[in-house]
Design a protein around this ligand. Structure first.
Ligand code: CIR
Length: 247
């Protein structure tokens, strides 16, 4: 298993954010948190590749949004935010060993809106991911279920994340369970919704620190939670899955 990541740029304090935090992003701390993230993933046996920072692109460490990879095929996206549309090229170059398919205008899609469960994909129709983007995803990959995102949620995986092939986390009071069909759910309490974005690798699960109920629910469900700090990424509306492309 591989994880593609990109270093935090000097401009990260200017990353997009729906509600800017009172305390600005600290780029040095973000880099330290990113290093821990990479080390933890590597400690689980994943081959972690680190691309150099793209300093002109403040959100470029959130590589998840730039490509959807299933087996040997990478759909290179057109991110929904105009300031992010130059991000996919460098990621596409790094994925040159895969078959690359480039999304075409007017399609937009952020990888954070795509959740893969084994051979199934779920895609959130959001402010970033439009109908043409979803159609392109469906043309390239089989078995795609569309989920209408409630207003105010940036991406599908802001409120859920895969835990293997047939189980997900899901934050309470966000998306109806029935929208996902037959999957097991580990419920995340509404007040800990941010922690629904976990990164599962086998039975180990990276969980943002500071969300004890989510951590304990994952442990009770048989996973080994590994906590890490994500404060600086959260200030930019980012979380754990956003920082890598796992393939
Ligand atoms: C953005 O608004 O696009 C970034 N500041 C955050 C992107 C987070 N990515 C993700 O959830 N996949």
């Amino acid at each position: 298993m591989r994880a593609l990541t990109r270093e935090v740029p000097d401009s990260f304090a200017k990353a997009l954010c729906a509600t800017p935090a009172d305390v600005p992003i600290d780029v040095v701390t973000a880099r330290a948190q990113h290093a821990v993230y990479r080390q933890l993933i590597a400690s689980l046996g994943v081959d972690v590749k680190v691309l150099p920072a793209e300093h002109a692109l403040p959100d470029s460490c959130f590589v998840e949004d730039t490509a959807v990879v299933v087996d040997k095929v990478a759909l290179i996206t057109r991110p929904g935010a105009s300031s992010r549309q130059a991000e996919p090229q460098g990621v596409a170059d790094a994925l040159s060993k895969l078959e690359r398919i480039y999304m075409q205008e007017p399609a937009t899609l952020d990888g954070g809106d795509v959740m893969r469960l084994g051979k199934r994909l779920y895609v959130g129709k959001s402010a970033r991911t439009n109908a043409a983007g979803i159609a392109e995803l469906q043309r390239v990959f089989n078995n795609v279920t569309v989920i209408d995102m409630p207003r105010g949620i940036l991406h599908l995986k802001c409120v859920c994340a895969p835990l293997g092939d047939d189980r997900i986390t899901l934050a309470d009071d966000t998306i109806p369970v029935r929208d996902f069909g037959s999957v097991d759910i580990v419920r995340v309490p509404a007040e800990e919704a941010y922690a629904a974005n976990v990164l599962a690798i086998g039975s180990s699960v990276l969980v943002p620190s500071g969300f004890p109920r989510t951590r304990d629910a994952l442990a009770a469900a048989g996973y080994s939670p590994l906590e890490l700090h994500t404060s600086e990424f959260r200030k930019a509306d980012g979380a754990l899955t956003c920082l890598s492309i796992i393939y």
